[in-house]
Design a protein around this ligand. Structure first.
Ligand SMILES: Nc1ncnc2c1ncn2[C@@H]1O[C@H](COP(=O)(O)OP(=O)(O)OP(=O)(O)O)[C@@H](O)[C@H]1O
Length: 277
């Protein structure tokens, strides 16, 4: 089923940049002599500046697809192109940032030094680094915690710092694997607003893995629903809420309830299939 989108990302650069194309992607893992078919013939694309959520039950291959796009896992077959160029397994793709479920902050570095890490690696001069880190701290509401160590932060603050550590290098494509999965509901919704404000301004191309339908509806322009394992694309839904969105208020609208019910039904079928022995 397709629902008409109201939002068209406002962009002015050529459409072939900041684009993800996935064609006929398959992945079978070998585990102790047993073949585990995780992903079967998955094809989709994410347009420049589009926010797409991959939604599906646990074990449906969402992370495997994201990890293949991030070049962390080698596909069994199929092709992945970013900006029209095939990605190379094991090699970082320029302008692509990755945010994981668990914050990966270095406990021995302060918040500011964690955020500045990617800039250090890129050889950005100290003065510029300081300015860019300061801007990120402000965006994340962490300006008073620049000298704190991660252990002194709440889960939400750590995840904001981790997000900024990825965003500070200004990636044009963002791959996010359940980045807020470990947070409580309210902190998660706060993070949705943080991410929405950043994305509305920067218009990165985002591919966001989640099993949380509410999260997918709040954030995405389009939801790609995966079947139970082996993961295939079952359906795709355009999410037609106007932008800018408010992560709290959107959940109070009749349209949210309508879309939730529609997609929940399809997702529920896959949960049930996934449960069968
Ligand atoms: N390195 C691996 N070796 C063997 N099997 C794996 C490996 N990684 C993933 N799998 C299997 O592939 C399938 C898909 O896993 P994947 O983590 O991609 O699913 P997912 O949809 O992201 O699940 P979740 O929402 O629980 O994170 C699962 O059956 C999993 O056990």
């Amino acid at each position: 089923m397709t629902i008409q989108a109201l939002h068209t990302p406002h962009v002015d650069a050529p459409p072939e940049t900041r684009r993800i194309d996935v064609r006929g992607l398959c992945k079978t893992f070998q585990l102790a002599g047993t073949a585990i078919e995780a992903v079967r013939d998955v094809s989709f694309n994410v347009r420049r500046g589009e926010f797409v959520a991959l939604l599906g039950p646990s074990g449906s291959g969402k992370s495997t697809v994201l990890n293949m796009i991030a070049t962390l896992v080698k596909p069994t077959s199929g092709q992945i192109l970013i900006d029209g160029t095939p990605v190379v397994p094991g090699q970082a793709t320029p302008n692509v940032g990755y945010v994981f479920q668990r914050d990966t902050l270095f406990p021995w570095r302060t918040v500011a030094d964690n955020i500045g890490y990617g800039l250090e690696l890129a050889g950005v001069p100290a003065a510029e680094r300081k300015d860019r880190v300061r801007a990120c701290l402000a965006q994340a509401g962490l300006q008073d915690f620049d000298n704190a160590y991660p252990s002194a932060l709440s889960g939400g603050m750590r995840q904001r710092a981790a997000l900024m550590r990825t965003l500070v290098v200004e990636p044009q494509v963002l791959l996010m694997d359940e980045p807020f999965g470990a947070l409580d509901t309210h902190t998660k919704i706060d993070m949705h607003d943080v991410l929405l404000r950043i994305w509305e301004r920067e218009q990165q191309t985002v591919l966001f893995v989640t099993h949380d339908l509410g999260e997918a509806l709040t954030l995405a322009d389009r939801i790609i629903l995966f079947s139970a394992r082996p993961g295939r694309i079952k359906e795709s839904f355009e999410v037609d809420f106007a932008r800018p969105r408010n992560a709290v208020k959107i959940r109070e609208t009749p349209r949210y309830a309508e879309l939730f019910q529609l997609i929940w039904h399809s997702l529920g079928e896959e949960f049930i299939k996934g449960r069968k022995p």
